[in-house]
Ligand binder design. Structure first.
Ligand code: NAD
Ligand code: FES
Length: 283
């Protein structure tokens, strides 16, 4: 069992969980993930390790409550325990000294971006962080990123903070100005965002690394659940990734596979809501 040290709601539907897992905290590197099993009924969920504290023996995870299993996970209170936590899994990020790097986070993907951006800054890269969300309340980790970024550029779709629009609108400005073109780009977020970023950087031949989040089951390369096509070759995100060259990823196939269980997921969510609804008493 893995004790939950804290569970805080930091944005609508988004929780920060600090879990006691000393072995994982000691071993993990930026870009790696864990597979969380909240309880016997919940599915196994892959979550990137956003932070680790070796002294406290804890790892930090950000969980967006969007499905049956993530709703069960965020409902676990501080002081309770996770049934299982497996990891660290996946290849760590290759931390290269590029020079100027743009790190782009879409919505909750910013939590995955954070440890990568920090590690890139620590080896001497000039990090420009670009983060986006639907509105100001969904912008996360801006202050934390500001501690090591040369700039934190924000985009919100409703214009309530930073530039109005998508993160790609900010990126477009950055790469069309010869003085600010980055030598590499890291992008983490929804599939349409990572696709849009890769489409934007391809003509400029800017190396673009994306972190993929396909459906995962075992996380060890045996079930094939996380298969993705990269440069026409079959890859398993759990053991070959999760980071890949964005210019080679088949994002349409990834989006299609991610939608496979949407109907079943909606039904499970409905069941969960009905179970939690107070029983109506007859007058
Ligand atoms: P969202 O849909 O609210 O989008 C967040 C931001 O991403 C937008 O505000 C915009 O700036 C950008 N974006 C979205 N679609 C875009 C497009 N077509 N073109 C350009 N930019 C676009 O995101 P959310 O609800 O916070 O995030 C949820 C999604 O993120 C889920 O699909 C989840 O699976 C994914 N996610 C991915 C990872 C990963 O490792 N890749 C990690 C966590 C979450
Ligand atoms: Fe099973 Fe990757 S999750 S092969």
């Amino acid at each position: 069992m893995f004790p939950i040290i804290s569970n805080n709601l930091i944005a609508p539907n988004l929780h920060r969980l600090v879990i006691r897992a000393p072995r994982i905290a000691r071993a993990c590197l930026p870009g790696q993930f864990v597979i969380v099993h909240a309880d016997q009924q919940a599915e196994r969920i892959p979550l990137t390790i956003a932070d680790a504290d070796i002294d406290q023996g804890t790892v930090t995870l950000y969980v967006q409550a969007v499905g049956y299993s993530t709703c069960r996970l965020v409902a676990l209170p501080t002081g309770s325990s996770l049934r299982d936590l497996a990891g660290p899994l996946g290849h760590p990020t290759e931390i290269t000294r590029w020079g100027r790097v743009a790190c782009i986070g879409g919505g909750v993907g910013t939590a995955v971006l954070y440890p990568l951006a920090k590690a890139l800054a620590e080896v001497g890269n000039q990090v420009i962080s670009i983060i986006g969300g639907r509105s100001a309340e969904l912008i996360i980790l801006a202050d934390e990123l500001a501690q090591f970024s040369t700039e934190v550029l924000i985009a919100t779709e409703d214009g309530s903070r930073g530039k109005q629009g998508f993160v790609t609108h900010v990126l477009q400005e950055l790469i069309t100005d010869p003085r600010s073109v980055p030598q590499a780009i890291y992008a983490v977020g929804p599939v349409p965002m990572m696709k849009a970023v890769s489409d934007l950087t391809r003509p400029h031949q800017i190396p673009t690394i994306v972190s993929l989040n396909p459906i995962m089951i075992d996380g060890t390369g045996m079930c094939g659940g996380c298969r993705v096509l990269v440069g026409g070759k079959l890859k398993f995100a759990c053991v070959d990734g999760p980071e890949f060259d964005g210019h080679l990823v088949d994002f349409d196939l990834l989006a299609d596979r991610l939608s496979t269980y949407r109907t079943a997921e909606c039904q499970m969510l409905q069941q969960l809501a009905e179970k939690d609804r107070p029983t109506q008493r007859k007058a």
